[in-house]
Ligand binder design. Structure first.
Ligand code: ADP
Length: 299
């Protein structure tokens, strides 16, 4: 069985559907609202698990009710939560995405405990990282924790898939340790410049196994180790909500590569997972199970 370790954020999203932003001093009722699990670490771990991988997560949540909720949810799906710390000093992270009638959004974000994930916790999970086939990293975790994990993975020969989202200041060494890089259009422009996805993928390849630029419903362009550049069209689906597409894509790409698929097949598998994630509202709720991905690939 493929073994994946994800490191990264676990938050609770309080989603408000609002006619508009309230003004200062104003109270405005939501049209509807909901509470959802989220965070790139949690989403990618759940996605990998649902695609059939034995999955563990390294994360920091608060020693509080929201942290308990997230841990129970991960556990219920079969994700190994031994390396999730209940931090007594920092509360569980949460965010309040405000969704407007046209589908646009503004987000209030309080990462809290996520920013306190310590490198010592990562080192404590060193055996799990070393035994894994792939390590999934994003930029919603402290850079020293990411770096500690990537170094352990490199040393042990565990494939490192980095999704540098959102792009924030980071140690160049971290990008250098990534075997696989997955960026969306915005991140590609920030990290590689220009606006040609093929050129961006090639620039980001820089000797690694694979670099992918995801383009939403425009599909995904990738550069493979031999320097070849190719494009995979998006699967035509009824899009409901794009939240979670990138996380599903990253986790699926890791699972596929670790199962031995070549770059083109792995990107196609990941595209199917990404497409399915946009057909259901929410993030964690929309991450597809393996059978659904295989069904779409066969259709
Ligand atoms: P992010 O969520 O990180 O911005 P993208 O929006 O680029 O990432 O989506 C990641 C991948 O998910 C895309 O490359 C594509 O394969 C798939 N995807 C995203 N949106 C759609 C869509 N509307 N229809 C079909 N596939 C989609």
């Amino acid at each position: 069985m493929t073994r994946i370790v994800a490191l990264g954020s676990c938050v609770v999203d309080l989603v408000f559907r609002m006619p508009r932003l309230p003004g200062r001093g104003e109270t405005l009722f939501a049209e509807s609202a909901g509470l959802f699990p989220g965070g790139k670490g949690l989403n990618q771990a759940l996605a990998a698990r649902r695609l059939g991988a034995e999955t563990a997560i390294i994360a920091n949540v608060g020693d509080d009710m929201l942290g308990e909720y997230l841990i129970r949810l991960l556990e219920a799906e079969g994700v190994d939560v031994r390396h999730v710390v209940r931090d007594a000093a920092n509360g569980t992270g949460f965010a309040a995405p405000i969704v407007f009638p046209d589908g646009g959004n503004s987000i209030l974000s309080a990462p809290r405990a996520n920013l306190a994930l310590a490198p010592s916790v990562v080192e404590g999970a060193g055996a799990a990282i070393a035994a894994a086939d792939a390590l999934l990293l994003q930029f919603e975790a402290p850079m020293d924790a990411n770096l500690a994990a990537a170094r352990i993975a490199k040393e042990a020969g565990t494939r490192v898939l980095l999704n540098p989202a959102p792009v924030i200041p980071h140690p160049p060494e971290l990008l250098g340790l990534a075997d696989v890089l997955v960026v969306n259009e915005v991140e590609a422009a920030m990290l590689a410049g220009g606006d040609d996805p093929g050129a961006q993928a090639l620039a980001l390849l820089a000797g690694r196994e694979l670099a992918v630029v995801t383009l939403g419903e425009g599909g995904a362009t990738f550069a493979a180790r031999d320097g070849s550049v190719a494009h995979v069209d998006a699967f035509a689906v009824d899009a409901v909500d794009s939240v979670g597409a990138g996380d599903a894509f990253c986790a699926a790409l890791a699972v596929a590569l670790c199962e031995g698929m070549n770059a083109a097949s792995a990107v196609r598998f990941a595209s199917a997972a990404g497409a399915l994630a946009v057909t259901v509202a929410g993030a964690a709720t929309s991450l597809p199970v393996r059978a659904k991905v295989e069904q779409l690939l066969a259709s």
